[in-house]
Structure formats: C-alpha cells, structure tokens
Write a protein that binds this ligand. Structure first.
Ligand code: GLY
Ligand code: MN
Length: 462
C-alpha cells in the first residue's frame, strides 16, 4: 500500500468535492467458485482500494463529510480464522496504516447509515457484485432491483474526477504492470509454434502474471480465431500459417493493470497478405499515439485512426470511395466493430462499473449510437495524467460480412467480392497503453512490446 498520507489526501479531496453527506464505499467479499470455502482469488473493489487502501475482504469505508469523521467497518478474524488462515494484522492497525482513526464491527454499519439514508445523505457507488447489492438491502432497506438506480451521480462524478488523473506513484505501478505484460507477450511469441495448444500458451501467460505480480488483469484472450473479439476458447492446436491473437495483461500486487494485444504468425513468418493487413493496423496504432494529447477528444483520435484503416483497406481493394465519407457513414466498422480504447488504472477498463457515460463521456462529448463507435468506451477530451489503451484492429467476421452483404450495407464503400476471399483470415489487433503527457502521449512500460513485423519475427526466432 502507499503511504497513509496518499489515502488521507484522496479522501480529503473526495470530501471537498462532495461538500456534505455520508460517503459509503463498499469493499468486496470473497466469492465462492464451486463451494463456499473454495473461492476465486480475492479482488478488492478498486474505489475501496483507491480511498481506503486495504486489500482484505469484508470491509466498508464511511466518510461522514459534515462531521469530518472516517470509519472502516469490518470484523477481525476469530480464532477459527486464525487456525485456518493464520494470524492477521488487526483492523484497527490496518486502518491506522491508511490514516483512518475509527473502526467498528460490520454489524454497526447499518445503524450508522439508517439514520441518514432517509435524509438522502448517504452516497454510494453502483454495486456490481450480488452480495453487495443484497448488502445495500440490509443496510439501507433498498429493493435490490433499485440498488444501482439509487447510487449517487454526485459521488460517481467526484470519484471519476479523482481516479481519471493518475498520480505519479500510480503511473509507476502501471509501468510495472506493463513490464510484466511485455514479458507475457514476448513469451507468447516464443511459444507460438505449430503443434502447440493455445491453452498451453494462455496458461504460461497466467503463470507469468501470477508469479511476477498478482494475477492477470482479465482472463487471457488468445486464439487463432482472433476475429472473435474476446475469444477465451483456447482449445485449438496452433497451425503453421495462421495468426495467433493474444490480448492479455497483468495486475501488480497493488492491483494496477496493463493491457496489451499482439497478433503473430504461427511459425514465425507473416505471409504477404498478413503483412499487408498487419501494417495497416500498426499504422493505426501509431497514428493514435501521435494524435493523443491533452485537449484532443479520444473520439476524434478514434475517428482519425479509423480513416487510416479505411485508406489502407482501400489500397488493398477491400474498400472503395472516399475514406472520410466511409468512416462518417460507419462502413469501416465491418472491419473494426469496436472502439479505439478505454481508460486503464486500478481496473483494466478503469471505473467501468461507475458507468461509461461518466467515465468516457461528458456533456460536451456524447456517446454515439452508430455501430462500432457505440463501443468506444473513452471519447471525451484527454488530460495530462490519463492512461488509455490504443487498440485498433481489423477483423474478418464471416457472420457479420454475410449479414451486411445480405442487407447490402454500405455497398458504395465495401468491395464484398474481395472481402469474401478474406473470410478465412481471422483478425489482427495491436494494443498498447498510453500515458497522456503535458503535450502528447507515450507508450507505457520500460520497453515497448515488440510491434513491427521485423521485431515480431525476430522475437519469434529467438
Ligand atoms: N483487453 C480487453 C479489452 O480491452 O476489452
Ligand atoms: Mn483493452
């Protein structure tokens, strides 16, 4: 954990933004996998970690803004817990480490909140785990179906404002996560040999993340069918000549994330068709890095990047007409039906549980309903200290091609006869993590994950 002054300052800034009321930040509980005592690896709530720093299940933090009182609610381990899980630092001592003076049992939390909820003074964030949804029913008498609707927009906005701008110490943690991510991807490239099962490579990456940090920042996406955007099926055997798409990142012990994607040719040599498409996606990735800077909206960066994609595909004879018009119409989304990127920090999709509209958009930059653009998680103006992913892609999704062709979608921009011949291609994505600096953006991590065709082929040889 960071020094206690870090958490004190964050809570103070949060209280200043709220002005009054009672802020409730629920931590997470253990989540059973297949029976109560067999749990998934514990993952603390990221906002709880941000303001209260304690990576332990079964806690809730309360900031009473009007009375300037902070308290962490939770139960110390009993003798049985100590016998099975070992001695633990007391809650009081943990609280002191993050600058909170008061602690109380979890049972006392309901009493502390009930008096105030009726006065609309209790602010909480949208719950995403069923146990916390039910907990809000116990604590506040809320119908579980209404728990999210009653979450506090004012608190969401205050938390997003603070967590969006990464502190130097957070950037350092993300850099560590990126270094682990790089190691994972280099290993994936070295293992991508014909005859190897995808699952073996995916498992090796999980092992690197777990042994060097805490765990993977999301379940590994790794497949020769990279046209399926989030493909968690690792059942195929790698075959010479096919592409292997790997989208994977790590979490540090402090739960800061990285998120990279690379697409490599099984056997180590890109075919000329693969080189053509790869070069376009890499140019998109570079274009986004060059354009990202404070003051630019990420929606604009997304659109400019899509124009690079459309121009490249036109050169390959897959698109036609004016590239700018094609992007405005959304025709390129046949090949890239997702957004350029998302915020990243304590969550790999940072703060996603607080709502895309609050995290990635604002009154000036509104979400779009257009296919493809509607999946852009981050659209608003960039600021120094933001961390975002830069992840363009180009995919040939047979079902989507068939549907669009059947409906004669964007025929003025799409060369369907030629697109048909790419139905067995798969998909390519190139993803890096960007730190927005004072006047631009930099790739995060000490050394970039191999990205050019030459670098990838060399890594695969080595
Ligand atoms: N890396 C997975 C995603 O960004 O959705
Ligand atoms: Mn990503």
């Amino acid at each position: 954990m960071f020094d206690k002054s870090v958490y004190e300052s964050r809570r103070q800034r949060l209280a200043e933004r709220m002005g009054s009321g009672m802020i409730l930040i629920l931590g997470n509980y253990e989540a059973p996998a297949n029976y109560l005592a067999n749990t998934y690896k514990f993952r603390q709530d990221s906002s709880f970690l941000y303001f209260f720093g304690i990576n332990r299940p079964g806690l809730a933090g309360v900031i009473d803004v009007d009375n300037g009182r902070e308290c962490i609610y939770g139960d110390d381990p009993d003798l049985d817990d100590i016998i099975w899980s070992g001695p633990q630092v007391s809650l009081q001592e943990m609280a002191e480490r993050v600058g909170v003076k008061h602690t109380a049992t979890f049972a006392a939390l309901a009493g502390a909140l009930q008096n105030d909820f009726g006065n609309n003074r209790v602010h909480f964030l949208p719950p995403y785990r069923s146990r916390n949804i039910l907990m809000l029913e116990d604590l506040l008498g809320l119908n579980p179906a209404w728990a999210s609707a009653y979450s506090s927009v004012k608190l969401i906005r205050a938390v997003v404002a603070l967590r969006s701008v990464k502190e130097p110490r957070e950037i350092e943690e993300i850099r560590l996560a990126c270094n682990i991510g790089r190691e994972m991807h280099v290993r994936a490239m070295q293992e991508a040999r014909p005859g190897v099962k995808e699952q073996r490579v995916a498992g090796l990456l999980e092992g690197i993340a777990a042994s060097r940090g805490s765990m993977v920042s999301f379940p590994v996406i790794l497949s020769q069918n990279g046209e399926t955007l989030h493909n968690h099926d690792h059942s195929q055997v790698l075959t010479e000549g096919r592409l292997m798409l790997t989208d994977a990142g790590a979490e540090t012990e402090m739960c800061y994330c990285s998120d990279f994607t690379r697409t490599v040719p099984v056997g180590g040599k890109f075919s000329s068709r693969q080189r053509d498409v790869y070069s376009i996606v890499l140019a998109c990735n570079r274009k986004a890095m060059e354009l990202a800077r404070p003051g630019a909206t990420y929606k604009w960066v997304h659109e400019e990047t899509c124009k690079v994609l459309a121009r490249g595909l036109k050169e390959l004879g897959l698109m036609k007409g004016d590239a700018e018009e094609a992007v405005a119409a959304g025709a390129h989304a046949l090949f890239m039906p997702h957004g350029l990127g998302h915020m990243m920090g304590l969550d790999v999709h940072d703060m996603e549980s607080l709502g895309q509209e609050f995290v990635g958009y604002d009154e000036e930059t509104r979400p779009s309903g257009q296919f493809g653009l509607s999946s852009l998680r981050m659209g608003r103006r960039l600021e120094e200290g933001f961390v975002v992913t830069d992840e363009p892609g180009c995919y040939f999704i047979p079902a989507l091609i068939d549907r669009w062709r059947e409906k004669r979608m964007h025929e003025e921009f799409l060369v369907y006869d030629r697109i048909e011949s790419f139905k067995d291609f798969g998909g390519i994505r190139v993803e890096d993590d960007l730190l927005i600096t004072r006047d631009g953006a930099v790739y995060l991590g000490d050394e970039r994950v191999p990205s050019t065709i030459e670098e990838i082929e060399e890594t695969m040889r080595g």
